[in-house]
Design a protein. Structure first.
Length: 281
C-alpha cells in the first residue's frame, strides 16, 4: 500500500519511500543519485505536494579494502576486470557529461566504511529534526560552536550545491551525500581519509557535529559499526546479497530499479505509484 503522509500538512501527500543502495567510492552510484535527483525534480514540478523519504543504504563493494591504499580507478577495475575496464570508463565519462560532471581519477581511495557511517549520521540528524517539527513544544537544535571556521568547505559553489528541494525530506543526508561524491570523485579527495571526512562533515550546514572528537568517537563506536551492518571481518550481512548491482533503488518496498538508469525510468515508477494511489483512494 502506498504510504500517505498527513503530518506535514493537512492535505494528504503521497510519501514515496525510496531506498538508494550504493557505495560512496562507486562513480555509477553517484550518477545513479544524480539521475534519481533529476527524476524527483521533474516529478515535483507536476506534483509539488508529494514528498520523498530517501534513505541511503550502504553497499560496500570492497568491504575488506585498506584505507588510502589504491588508485582511484582500482575499485572499478576490480569489479569489471582489466579487459572490460576501458569500455566501462568510457561509458562513465560520457554519462557523467550529461549531468555536467567531470570525473577526476587523481588521488587515492580505500575502505568506504567511515564515509557510509557519516551518511547514516546525517540521516539520523534529519530524523531528529523531523520529529521536533512534527511534535509541538519539542525542539532539536544542532550546535555550531566552532572557535574557527572549518578547514574545508564542501567544494560546491552556490550554483553547484544541491538545491533545497521541498519534496525531499532528508535534506541533511541529501546535501552531505552530494558533497561527498562531488569532492571525492571530481576534486581528487580520498573518501577513506578520516581527516578529510571529518572536515567535510564539520563544513556542512548544519554540521554533523560540533567538534572533531565527536565524529571520531562516533566512527569508532560499536553502534555505528552495527548500524553499518559489518561483522568484525568487514563482511556485509546476508541481506545485502539480494542487491546484485549498484546503484539500485527500491520504491515503496516493491518497485526495484537495478543499475544506472535514466531519469525517465524513475519517473515511470513514480507515476505508477501515484496512479495506484489515486485508483485506490
Amino acid at each position: 500500500m502506498t504510504a500517505v503522509d498527513t503530518t506535514l500538512t493537512s492535505k494528504k501527500r503521497i510519501k514515496f519511500e525510496v531506498e538508494l543502495y550504493g557505495d560512496t567510492v562507486c562513480p555509477w552510484s553517484y550518477l545513479g543519485k544524480k539521475s534519481l535527483d533529476s527524476a524527483i525534480q521533474s516529478y515535483s514540478t507536476k506534483h509539488p505536494d508529494d514528498v520523498f523519504d530517501i534513505i541511503w543504504k550502504p553497499f560496500l563493494l570492497w568491504p575488506t579494502a585498506e584505507v588510502s591504499a589504491y588508485d582511484k580507478r582500482a575499485p572499478m577495475v576490480k569489479m569489471v576486470g582489466p579487459a572490460r575496464a576501458p569500455g566501462v570508463f568510457a561509458r562513465l565519462i560520457s554519462t557523467a557529461a550529461e549531468y555536467g560532471i567531470h570525473f577526476n581519477w587523481d588521488g587515492l581511495v580505500g575502505n568506504s566504511a567511515d564515509s557510509h557511517k557519516l551518511v547514516m549520521l546525517a540521516y539520523e540528524i534529519d530524523q531528529k529534526l523531523r520529529k521536533a517539527q512534527e511534535q509541538p513544544g519539542q525542539q532539536f537544535q544542532l550546535k555550531n560552536q566552532h572557535s574557527a571556521p572549518p578547514t574545508l568547505d564542501s567544494g560546491l559553489s552556490a550554483e553547484e550545491a544541491p538545491s533545497q528541494t521541498p519534496s525531499i525530506l532528508n535534506q541533511t543526508q541529501h546535501a552531505f551525500l552530494e558533497a561527498l561524491f562531488y569532492t571525492t570523485l571530481t576534486q581528487g579527495f580520498d573518501p577513506s581519509d578520516r581527516s578529510f571526512l571529518i572536515s567535510l562533515a564539520l563544513s556542512m550546514d548544519p554540521p554533523l557535529a560540533t567538534y572533531p572528537s565527536e565524529l571520531v568517537s562516533y566512527l569508532d563506536s560499536e553502534e555505528s559499526t552495527r548500524k553499518l551492518g559489518l561483522d568484525r571481518k568487514g563482511s556485509p550481512p546476508p541481506p545485502q546479497h539480494v542487491i546484485n548491482a549498484v546503484p539500485s533503488v527500491i520504491v515503496q518496498g516493491r518497485y526495484r530499479v537495478g543499475g544506472y538508469q535514466k531519469p525517465e525510468v524513475y519517473l515511470r515508477v513514480f507515476e505508477k505509484v501515484r496512479e495506484g494511489y489515486l485508483n485506490s483512494s
